[in-house]
Design a protein around this ligand. Structure first.
Ligand SMILES: [Zn+2]
Ligand SMILES: [Zn+2]
Length: 395
């Protein structure tokens, strides 16, 4: 690692860990990150860094300027926690029962706060502007899109965005990044089959929505199997089915809900159309009616090749080539950093925080999830190195 970066990191290490622990102990659900927002603002006040708050409700945008005009880089961290009871017993366990930072967003926020501090102390070494976006609501409907709508990519116009996500599949001291698909579009759909209820002994007088639901579920298995190129990826899952309540009554309706995931907008549209066609035509064949809703959540997240390469090179300088993985598989989960990636060249990387010797292995969204805090400074170092290189030249 660049020598002066490591000197600064040695200085901020205690604060970095303290930030993470304070935020971890005080988790808040999506769009309710009021105390988290205040914590961020207080820290920025201490550092004398200017910011705008209450963007998209609880979001914060800090801005730091370099020694002369240049490009504009945005670094983003999400702030929200999950509705989950933490089962870890640590000095910094959640003090807000039923809410837990089980996706590492506490770490993301702490890393960004400290990156902000480091880069503002190195102002003389870079040109242009860095925006630090603390974003609410990633786990639900997403705070990225409303923050963008409130103008965080404008004035000055942002040229590139970067972010990271903690990953307990990767050992501490390692990272993974790639160009292209990183996260899927995690869309939802809901189907109501409208049959005709009746006596279970007289099916001839009814239109049985349960039988129709069974046909639909079976046929939906062909959407990926028969419509998607075997070398591409997609998922259609029915996660919920509700119909009827008695052995001898045919119900009026059956409700199905599911998720459809893809890595391109074209694939996403294809899935939605194929699902609807199967629902429509199966219902038609059986004389039933239907409602169909396809709810587009986050877009697919694709890393820009140049930005991804830049992150990879920074990571190599910070952690050594043997600890940086280029490539690998994308994940079928969603990530609303995708909205940034649709607007400007963007890159997100996975930051390893697994430590088997300390039993830190639980996956994301698990009540035992924790991070090896030694990974925090790797995030700060890579963000800092990337910014110093990306903003090296004046415009
Ligand atoms: Zn999550
Ligand atoms: Zn997350």
């Amino acid at each position: 690692m660049n020598n002066d970066i490591s000197v600064i990191i040695n200085k901020i290490r205690p604060q970095l860990i303290a930030d993470r622990r304070t935020i971890h102990q005080n988790p808040e659900l999506s769009f309710q990150e009021f105390r988290t927002m205040e914590y961020i603002c207080n820290r920025l006040d201490e550092l004398g860094i200017s910011y705008r708050k209450e963007i998209a409700g609880t979001g914060v945008l800090a801005e730091v300027h370099g020694k002369m005009p240049g490009k504009c880089l945005l670094i983003r961290a999400d702030m929200d926690a999950l509705a989950l009871d933490e089962k870890n017993e640590t000095p910094y366990s959640s003090q807000n029962q039923g809410v837990m930072h089980a996706c590492g967003h506490d770490a993301h926020t702490a890393i960004l706060l400290n990156t902000c501090e480091v880069l503002s102390s190195l102002k003389e070494r870079w040109c242009g502007t860095i925006k630090f976006a603390f974003q609410p609501g990633e786990e639900t409907t997403g705070g990225a899109e409303p923050m963008i709508r409130e103008g965080i990519l404008e004035n000055p116009k942002v040229d590139a965005c970067i972010a990271l996500h903690m990953d307990t599949d990767l050992n501490t001291g390692t990272i993974r990044v790639k160009e292209g698909a990183m996260y899927a579009s995690p869309d939802d759909f809901a189907i109501t089959i409208k049959g005709k209820g009746g006596h279970g002994a007289e099916p001839q007088n009814a239109i049985d929505p349960i039988v129709i639901a069974a046909h639909i579920i079976t046929q939906l298995q062909t959407v990926v199997g028969r419509n998607v190129d075997p070398f591409e990826e997609a998922v259609v899952t029915i996660g919920s089915i509700h119909a009827g309540h008695a052995t001898n009554i045919i119900p009026d309706t059956a409700e199905l809900q599911g998720t459809a995931r893809a890595f391109t907008n074209e694939m996403r549209n294809m899935l939605s159309e194929r699902i609807q066609s199967i629902v429509k035509n199966t219902c038609l064949a059986h004389g039933a009616d239907y409602d169909y809703r396809f709810v587009k959540l986050f877009p697919p997240l694709s890393n820009n090749a140049e930005i991804a390469k830049g992150i990879y090179e920074s990571a190599i300088r910070c952690l050594g080539e043997e600890n940086c993985i280029w490539g690998g598989r994308p994940t079928m989960a969603g990530e609303d950093f995708a909205y940034f990636s649709q607007e400007v060249p963007s890159g997100i990387f996975k930051l390893g925080c697994r430590n088997e010797s300390r039993n830190i292995t639980a996956p994301l969204h698990n009540p035992y999830f924790d991070i090896d805090e030694a990974s925090l400074e790797h995030g700060v170092a890579i963000f800092t190195d990337f910014a110093l290189h990306y903003l090296e030249e004046p415009r």
